[in-house]
Design a protein around this ligand. Structure first.
Ligand SMILES: Cc1cc2nc3c(=O)[nH]c(=O)nc-3n(C[C@H](O)[C@H](O)[C@H](O)COP(=O)(O)O)c2cc1C
Length: 464
């Protein structure tokens, strides 16, 4: 029994009971199997559209049709297995982007996540709205969030329903220059509060909340608790979902996660011109040594990819890895992949995260309560004592002054009055702190409130 559940995530009128978005993983890693299992746990299950057509037999002849057909069919399969929330991840930089967006609209996915480029121009906003698809761009900085919201507000008279902030510990392609990956200013903990601040004026203007979802290196329920405390409304996780029974990749892909060590995880320069994080292997070592492993372009998926100069075709390499043929490719992974110990069912993973989240809440509460008790013992009780003594002394001085009219007595009495005002203010600040606690721990409120009321009574009972 969980007493402190994670709070639900709201995306427009969608309520997501478990505020976990399973990050889209392209080239067939997150399809209907994984997405429906996550949706059945109350999270958002995400099918990645990027090179999804590689699961079809005719991708090399007919990339566009294969992509659209596979996406349509995976959404339908996921729908058949769950009544939960199903999203689609589409990379903005894809040549097929407009076609895949049409499938998203026609199949009425619940949410579309758009990354790898800024989703600003040529977004079918009206169609998405008509189909009830929630729109969530993926960004890595406040600057990108500002650009997207400003553009949408001006050009579409609308804004996205939420944002995913992806930090530098994420898997797959990364939205940072390699030298920025360890920059403290680029870490999730720094960027999330900035993005929350950036979207706040739009939330006010459009009269709806705009949740920020934090991803990249989120591994435990404690991590989830920390990010929610920083203002995120949910998290996006991918690496942990790879090591599940339901993940759509071959078991050997998942086992690569279980077997890898921290020192095996490398940053690569992908042929698409972006850095990426992956489990290093001979295939990548050969590519880094300039050994070319490419014959032809499988499908012109990205404008930015130049097959004449690429060491390998990224889609083919990732598709081989998906099928467990790791000597012909490699596994993308997040920075924490080395912590994965075993492959588990999605239910077990999510349950574990819930338990860890609850223990983080309880730990924080216990710390706060200890702080509260200490503050009260050493601070508030003393404050009450001083207040009582000061008030009594002031009354004596006043009586003496009224009797003898000695000016110095009056001055001292006034000093006492000022001190009393200070004490009152300190007492109020303390009560405010208590109210903050109250907001954070509704379950424990009554206990704390009774405590506070007792002390407040002490304070008010002192005659002035
Ligand atoms: C194997 C793999 C493939 C990924 N593919 C994509 C993708 O196609 N599109 C995308 O936006 N993000 C992709 N990502 C990023 C994830 O969606 C997610 O945001 C990120 O990995 C979260 O960090 P975590 O893995 O530490 O949980 C991929 C990540 C992994 C591990």
């Amino acid at each position: 029994m969980i007493f402190f559940p994670m709070p639900p995530l709201h995306l427009g009128d969608l309520e997501i009971k478990t505020p976990i978005v399973q990050g889209g993983m392209g080239v067939g890693i997150s399809l209907s199997g994984l997405a429906s299992a996550v949706a059945n746990e109350g999270g958002v299950g995400v099918i990645a559209a990027n090179a999804i057509g590689m699961i079809e037999p005719d991708y090399y002849q007919n990339g566009l049709q294969a992509n659209c057909r596979a996406l349509r069919s995976e959404i339908a399969k996921a729908r058949a297995r769950t009544s939960g929330v199903i999203g689609v991840n589409v990379m903005v930089a894809l040549n097929d982007f407009p076609h895949l967006m049409r499938v998203v609209v026609e199949e009425k996915a619940d949410v579309v996540f758009m990354g790898a480029g800024l989703p600003i121009r040529n977004i079918p906003v009206a169609e998405l709205r008509r189909a009830g698809v929630k729109v969530v761009p993926i960004v890595s900085s406040r600057r990108a969030a500002d650009l997207i919201f400003k553009y949408w507000d001006k050009s579409y008279g609308d804004v996205p329903d939420g944002l995913v902030v992806e930090g530098p510990l994420a898997g797959g392609h990364l939205g940072f220059a390699p030298e920025k990956l360890t920059d403290p200013a680029c870490q999730l903990e720094a960027v999330v509060p900035q993005v929350v601040e950036a979207v706040a004026p739009y939330a006010e203007k459009y009269g709806r909340s705009i949740p920020v979802i934090a991803g990249g290196g989120v591994y435990t329920g404690q991590d989830i608790h920390k990010l929610l405390s920083l203002g995120a409304a949910g998290v996006q996780m991918a690496t942990r979902f790879v090591a599940t029974d339901e993940c759509d990749a071959d078991r050997r892909f998942k086992e690569a996660y279980v077997n890898c060590r921290a020192e095996d995880i490398v940053i690569i320069k992908s042929p698409v011109g972006m850095p990426g994080r992956a489990i290093g292997n001979r295939f990548l070592a050969n590519a880094a040594a300039g050994i070319r492993n490419v014959k032809r372009c499988a499908w012109k998926c990205l404008e930015s990819c130049d097959i004449a100069h690429a060491d390998y075709c990224i889609s083919v390499a990732l598709d081989n890895a998906r099928q467990g043929k790791l000597d012909g490719g490699f596994a993308f992974c997040g920075a924490n992949a080395y912590r994965v110990e075993k492959i588990v069912p999605v239910h077990e993973l999510v349950h574990g995260l819930r338990v860890e989240y609850e223990s983080a809440v309880v730990r924080e509460f216990t710390q706060l309560r200890d702080e509260y008790l200490k503050t009260m013992e050493s601070g508030f009780r003393n404050l009450c004592g001083e207040f009582t003594q000061t008030a009594a002394r002031m009354r004596l001085l006043r009586d003496e002054y009224l009797e003898r009219k000695v000016v110095s007595l009056r001055e001292e009495s006034e000093r006492m009055r000022a001190r009393l005002a200070e004490l009152r203010q300190e007492g109020n600040a303390w009560i405010e702190r208590l109210n903050q606690l109250k907001g954070r721990f509704p379950e424990k409120v009554r206990e704390l409130q009774a405590f506070a009321q007792e002390l407040q009574r002490d304070l008010l009972a002192v005659p002035v």
